[in-house]
Design a protein around this ligand. Structure first.
Ligand SMILES: [Cu+2]
Length: 536
């Protein structure tokens, strides 16, 4: 692993969070290496933390980011150096705040180029562009969050979707600032697309152009050519765009994928656009042509990329999927409700929304789990997270008794032996809402070996697993009324968060953590904490 000192200073400025100017920064790195990011705290009104989304951080969970999981919040006015250790990641990963809803605008790309002496596993593109998809509210995002928590309702939908901080031509008064991407006819471009939206899964397409997916979540894939992609919150896709059409202006556009009824204000039903403009002398079409996107609630369309995505699985980029597993877990992911006195809350039928994994809604501790584990502080968390759902029922039935809606509340984690081979079946349910859940694991990338609609069948479904060339990802969406199976080797000692990347589901408790124990050898053990860990 090469080492390089690349200090990147980020001032987390509250005016950016409030005004949502779509600020984003990017960092570049070579494959492998250690980087330091100085988080300078200038926030006076709330704490912010930065999560390294998709960086596996070998043996070093200390600066992974999520509050009360691996560290306590950085106090206003204080500093914390965030060491970034890159290992096997290659492609596009990112960083974002991981405290309250500040990540709406406090986020940016981390681009990892091939190691010196190696090349892309595809023709080198002529140029590359970053496409960061986001969400924008007219009001303070944390006020939206607080209002939702106060009433028990789904928080208000955003007012706009964004491409590189701009909503685009189809919103009032924003046409002059629409993001434009200039291309030369005959050239090929690498687009690094990140879904940084807080809640929305997005269909994304470019008019009259196909996209060829060549990577996802900091890992390469076999080329997959598509008219549109579905990108869930937290995911990244690297796609090749060939500028092979008549020189003109073409819209790229994104809309929300949602199973919520359209008349409810549950999701942002607007369309964000940017323009691909060919260089040259011509009169551009006005307006530019729009891409064809699936219907907003087309669940079959939402799984098309996932259904065909494959890793390279060759000599240069081998697939190391565990062929057998020592630890088999089944986790249900559900939206839940708590009853309110006189049905006085604004959630479904007068209740308050919640969410859970294996019916446990995560209760955030007051000191971080990593510190409690490292220093043997008892009473902070329990290590009895259930391996299977506590109640077994027809998880994806159209109608379920109300009794299934109530979760329990606890701070439970699952302890994994070092080097154990783990399979997790993430099973969606139709409790309250049979929606999708993009589940994100810290500390490990995982192979997505299988998925399906309905209930996972432990006798039949494993026979159809892809153990040859499954994609290596760090965020995978459990499909609406379906399940997904992931495998990884627990070879990274530390405390690692796993959560839904739909921000309101995370706020409601759809999260847990794994503790991966140390191995015997010193190089299989957690590194000591840095001296500037924020005090709890
Ligand atoms: Cu979710």
């Amino acid at each position: 692993m090469g080492h390089a000192a690349l200090p990147v200073f980020y001032n987390v400025d509250p005016s950016h969070v409030r005004k949502q100017t779509g600020s984003y920064a990017q960092a570049f790195a070579k494959h492998g290496g250690v980087y330091k990011e100085q988080m300078e705290k200038v926030i006076k009104w709330r704490e912010a933390l930065t999560e390294l989304h998709g960086v596996n951080m070998p043996r070093y969970p200390w600066t992974d980011g999520p509050e009360y999981i691996t560290q306590c919040p950085i106090q206003p006015g204080s500093k914390f150096s965030q060491k970034i250790i890159l290992s096997s990641e290659e492609g596009t990963i990112w960083w974002h705040a991981h405290s309250d809803w500040t990540r709406a605008t406090v986020h940016g790309a981390i681009i990892v180029y091939p190691k010196n002496g190696t090349k892309y596993p595809f023709h080198k593109p002529n140029a590359e562009f970053l496409i960061i998809l986001g969400q924008w509210w007219k009001s303070d995002v944390n006020a939206v969050r607080d209002e939702g928590l106060a009433t028990g309702a789904d928080p208000n939908a955003s007012d706009a979707l964004l491409i590189n901080g701009q909503p685009g031509d189809l919103y009032p008064c924003s046409k002059s600032s629409t993001f434009k991407l200039t291309v030369d006819h005959g050239k090929t471009y690498l687009l690094r697309i990140i879904n940084a939206a807080l809640h929305e899964a997005l269909f994304f397409a470019i008019a009259k152009h196909k996209m060829t997916v060549v990577g996802t979540d900091g890992s390469y894939t076999k080329p997959l050519t598509r008219d549109y992609i579905t990108i869930f919150p937290g995911q990244t896709y690297n796609v090749l765009l060939e500028a092979n059409q008549r020189p003109d202006h073409y819209y790229m556009a994104a809309i929300t994928y949602s199973v919520a009824p359209k008349y409810r204000n549950f999701y942002d039903n607007t369309t964000t656009t940017a323009i691909v403009q060919y260089r040259g002398y011509y009169t551009p079409s006005s307006p530019p042509s729009m891409p064809h996107l699936p219907a907003y609630n087309d669940t079959n369309a939402s799984v098309q990329v996932m259904a065909s995505l494959r890793s390279l699985a060759n000599a240069e980029h081998p697939c190391n999927v565990p062929l057998s597993t020592s630890t088999n877990l089944i986790y249900t992911v559900s939206v839940n409700t708590y009853p309110c006195i006189n049905d006085s809350c604004a959630g479904a039928n007068g209740t308050r929304f919640s969410s859970s994994i294996n019916n446990i809604s995560f209760h955030s501790p007051t000191i971080d789990i990593l510190e409690a584990y490292y220093y043997n502080i008892s009473g902070v968390y329990g290590d009895k997270f259930p391996s299977v759902p506590p109640l077994v029922f027809d998880f994806t039935a159209d109608y379920l008794p109300l009794v299934y809606e109530l979760p329990s509340s606890a701070t439970e984690v699952r302890v994994l032996e070092y080097n154990s081979t783990v399979e997790i079946v993430l099973q969606g349910t139709t409790v309250v809402s049979g929606t999708h859940h993009p589940m994100h694991l810290h500390g490990h990338s995982f192979y997505v070996v299988g998925w399906g609609f309905g209930n996972f069948d432990e006798n039949r479904d494993p026979l159809r697993y892809n153990l040859v060339d499954p994609p290596l990802q760090n965020t995978i969406s459990v499909p609406s009324k379906g399940w997904v199976a992931i495998r990884f080797e627990a070879s990274n000692p530390g405390v690692w968060f796993m959560h839904c990347h739909v921000e309101r589901h995370l706020t409601w408790g759809m999260e847990t953590a794994f503790i991966v124990k140390n191995g015997k050898h010193p190089e299989a053990q957690m590194l000591p904490p840095p001296s500037d860990m924020p005090p709890c």
